[in-house]
Design a protein. Structure first.
Length: 151
């Protein structure tokens, strides 16, 4: 998302934190960047920005409809796999997916982790969730969402 470029980079934030005379000073200086939005608000905004309806996005995640609506309402918190299913459903690129993972307080994708590398490759190439699941299956890697999404 383009708003991200207006904020300090993670490296700059670390430097500011360590150079601050106190944590309170750091929080004061970075009050607008210290808090991440909640996952439900963030995916709602992503849908609005892409003129998507939550119902269609949920359908493309291959998850149970009621569970998807609980994620949108904020009554449930997503697993890392669920976040990645949303990334495919929303057709996010790798950077946008990394931000979505950050908002969900999940570990980012890492190229040295085979499963993450396959997922990132698929995101970068604009593959669908089904195509990603197939590639994970072909490489004998766990599919997103567990057994319910086996091919």
């Amino acid at each position: 998302m383009s708003e991200q470029s207006e904020h300090p980079s993670t490296r700059q934030l670390w430097a500011q934190l360590f150079q601050s005379e106190s944590v309170d000073v750091f929080f004061t200086l970075n009050s607008d960047t210290s808090e991440l939005p909640c996952f439900s608000d963030y995916i709602t905004i992503l849908c609005q920005n892409r003129n998507e309806k939550p119902e269609r996005v949920i359908k493309r995640t291959n998850m149970e409809r009621s569970y998807g609506h609980r994620l949108f309402s904020g009554t449930r918190q997503p697993s890392r796999d669920t976040v990645l299913q949303f990334a495919f459903a929303l057709e996010l690129n790798v950077d946008e997916t990394q931000q979505l993972l950050k908002v969900a307080r999940a570990t980012p994708l890492h190229p040295k982790v085979k499963r993450d590398a396959v997922i990132a490759y698929c995101l970068h190439r604009g593959k669908t969730l089904t195509e990603a699941q197939l590639l994970l299956y072909e490489h004998h890697l766990p599919q997103l969402g567990g057994a319910k999404n086996e091919i």
